[in-house]
Design a protein around this ligand. Structure first.
Ligand code: ADP
Ligand code: MG
Length: 254
């Protein structure tokens, strides 16, 4: 199943969820491919990977290399298609190509059957790279940061998803909303969680991703939380989120 982490807001936890959900799914024994669609390449560096443009997703999207040549087998049981800063220019190059919304789907088509899950880490915008992700994805996972204005901008995202479903990818649906950077001691955090559940009901995953220093440290070591601090509450949260994802994925298949 192909799942995109999307929210046009930056800093809400897309990349943290993309990396650590991928790692947790791998811990559960599944074959996972993580695709870094953000020119900032945080998902790549968070797994200790830095590559030049010709080894990054940019090369595949712009027809300079086959995607399968770009796969990096990380030591964490996750395969990664890394990004590089040139992808920002790549988005512009892409915009003049016919079928520009379908490039990612096209280049992924040869390899997706080798994986149980393909996780797409989107940039913080609703531009062409995110649209490419939403055209190949089946489900969207929306991270919501438990802070002021968490729900602001969500209606734009939901509207965009609807438009993509109507015009480009009829299979697309909201797979789940994940509450990130949750602090149990913080009243606001609890209120945002309550509010989200009131509006989006079962769509919101039960698992709350806690705000922990460990989760913010792990990427600077290039290691997912499941390996960096396996006993900590961050790792435990992502293992439990992965279980919920697996449960929903099974239901979806039936
Ligand atoms: P996005 O990809 O949406 O821009 P990130 O996942 O990069 O968001 O998160 C933004 C920042 O917040 C990063 O520095 C990240 O390490 C930190 N962060 C994300 N989730 C948590 C968390 N649960 N606890 C602590 N820090 C977090
Ligand atoms: Mg990110």
């Amino acid at each position: 199943m192909i799942l995109a982490l999307a929210n046009q807001k930056g800093g809400v936890g897309k990349t943290t969820v993309a990396i650590n959900l991928s790692a947790a799914l791998a811990e559960h024994g599944y074959e996972v491919l993580l695709v870094d669609l953000d020119p900032q390449a945080n998902a790549s560096s968070g797994l200790g990977v830095r590559v030049a443009a010709r080894r990054s997703l940019y090369a595949a999207l712009c027809g300079k290399a086959p995607l399968k040549d770009l796969i990096i087998n990380t030591p964490f049981g996750i395969d990664l298609i890394p990004s590089s800063v040139e992808l920002a220019g790549g988005e512009l190059e892409l915009s003049s190509l016919p079928g520009r919304e379908w490039r990612l789907k096209q280049v992924l088509s040869g390899i997706i059957t080798s994986y149980d899950f393909v996780i797409l880490d989107c940039p913080p915008s609703l531009g062409l790279l995110t649209v490419n992700a939403l055209c190949v994805a089946k489900g969207v996972i929306i991270p919501l940061q438990c802070e002021y204005y968490a729900l602001e901008g969500l209606s734009l995202l939901v509207k965009t998803l609807r438009r993509i479903r109507e015009n480009l990818n009829p299979d697309l649906f909201i797979f789940g909303i994940v509450l990130t950077m949750h602090d149990v001691r913080n009243r606001l955090s609890r209120e945002v969680a309550e509010e989200a559940r009131k509006h989006f009901k079962w769509t919101v995953f039960e698992t709350l991703i806690p705000r922990t220093v460990r989760l913010s440290e792990a990427p600077s070591h290039g290691i997912p939380i499941t390996k960096y601090d396996p006993q900590g509450k961050g790792a435990q949260a992502f293992l439990s989120l992965a279980e919920e994802v697996l449960k929903r994925a099974r239901k979806e298949k039936r």
